[in-house]
Design a protein around this ligand. Structure first.
Ligand SMILES: Nc1ncnc2c1ncn2[C@@H]1O[C@H](COP(=O)(O)OP(=O)(O)OP(=O)(O)O)[C@@H](O)[C@H]1O
Length: 266
């Protein structure tokens, strides 16, 4: 095994090379979704209530978008579903099980990809290791269209490619719930549309439940089966998006009408 010289900031570190491996043709990773249920969920930070008696049932495999003004409680809601935080009152359940602490079958994506700079792309995707990690990471990279980039370092990738790697890292563990906290917010318009198409395809293939937080009402209507508007910790609108897929991102009259209804509730 050789070593690669890498410079990070003022420092230089030596990193063991990933060995080359020949893999059998990869099969698809397992798929499936879990229900998410919130019953009478409240969350307060000190005296300040952030979520107020929230009831929300999300069927397995649904693509739900949560829209709302800044400070409305969207990220707080996401953290409760992920088990990163506990509700002040009420119950959060994933797949019928009360959420207590981090959930193995729930994965999160953020606005920044949060890749580890001292691991190559494949190593980042398989960061949790576990049996067969290299094979699974290769399948996941292929799924996001980066089959030939596994041996590169994260710093050579574009913002959109980094988000693809983060998505692949989530797919490796075959999650039943994917939580997306503004993952496309920092991307340029064209890359954002590419990521929309990729996310939609992967969701259809894998069948997990998605909760997408976004400020972008057009994005919510383009991707989601259902849009919930969260305003001051309460559900101000719960709207099914019955538009056929694949959807056009602009110039669709029915989509524009739905966007206007959502904007009026935000
Ligand atoms: N750990 C915390 N301690 C104290 N207050 C918090 C904490 N986390 C969130 N808050 C407060 O809860 C409210 C809701 O925050 P949250 O991040 O859920 O909103 P958001 O809708 O996701 O906003 P944005 O769109 O800006 O990310 C805000 O007033 C915020 O200041």
């Amino acid at each position: 095994m050789s070593a690669a010289r890498q410079e990070f900031g003022d420092g230089i570190i030596w990193i063991a090379d990933e060995p080359e491996v020949t893999l059998p043709p990869p099969a698809a990773l397992p798929s499936g979704g879990a229900t998410i249920a919130l019953n009478g969920v409240e969350k307060a930070f000190g005296e300040r209530p952030v979520l107020r008696r929230l009831d929300l049932d999300i069927p397995a495999g649904q693509f739900l978008a949560v829209v709302g003004r800044s400070g409305g409680g969207k990220t707080t809601l996401m953290r409760l579903i992920a088990g990163l935080d506990a509700p002040t009152a009420g119950r959060v359940a994933v797949g019928g099980e009360t959420v207590e602490g981090l959930q193995r079958n729930v994965r999160l994506l953020f606005q920044d990809a949060r890749l580890v700079p001292w691991q190559r792309v494949l190593g980042n995707v398989g960061i949790a290791r576990g049996p067969d990690w290299r094979h699974r990471a290769t399948i996941a990279l292929r799924d996001v269209g980066l089959a030939d980039r596994g041996r590169e370092w994260p710093f050579v990738l574009s913002g959109g490619q980094k988000q693809r790697v983060a998505l692949a890292r989530a797919l490796v563990s075959a999650p039943s719930v994917l939580l997306l906290d503004e993952p496309f917010g920092a991307l340029d318009a064209l890359t954002r549309i590419e990521m929309h198409q990729l996310t939609e395809r992967i969701w259809r293939e894998h069948g997990f439940t998605v909760v997408l937080i976004t400020h972008d009402v057009a994005e919510a209507v383009a991707l989601a089966d259902r849009v919930v508007v969260l305003r001051q910790g309460e559900i101000a609108l719960d709207l099914d998006i019955d538009l056929p897929r694949p959807r056009r991102e602009a110039g669709d009259a029915a989509a524009s009408a739905l966007q206007a209804r959502i904007l009026a509730a935000v």
